[in-house]
Design a protein around this ligand. Sequence first.
Ligand SMILES: [Zn+2]
Length: 181
Amino acid sequence: MLSLLFITSLGWAEQNQCTVFDRFVEDFITDSGGMFDQAYFDQHVQITFRKNIAQEIIHPNAIAVCYPLTFPLKIQIDPEWWYRMGDYDHWSVLYHEIAHCGCGEDHPIEASQEWFFDFLHHLNVQASHAPWLPDGCPKTLMYPIVVGQECIYRHEDEYVKELFRNCQKVLVPDQIYRYRP
Ligand SMILES: [Zn+2]
């Protein structure tokens, strides 16, 4: 009985260990202005390292991924990339992946649907679709290539506002169960 308790408490201790992702998650919770709390992340979001993500998910240059249809929501980050990069990139990639998984946000249509804008152009419909700000920085953290230090330094506030403006908090199973329209 004693040893069982010991094993159980050891398991708890490991689950509650700090990770390198924690402080970015804390920032995200603060920036969300009450939309998210620590319990949501503790119970429903699993952030882990996964080696060679690009090969694993067969997507060249991928360094992070989220699985929005699993519970817990799974975010995986390539450890080699992580330890090569600095705080700004870490922040950028975690906000991006949490926005995918926790907010149901997608990459901006301008960044992936070039054919659609070509089509509009053929119809002589003027549609501005540049996914960049005038200074060349992406308009959003949801740009599919990691937004780097220089752009975050200049536009952090806009990026954060934009991200939460588009955030439709993903309901997790117990919330779906309790949800009564
Ligand atoms: Zn993405």
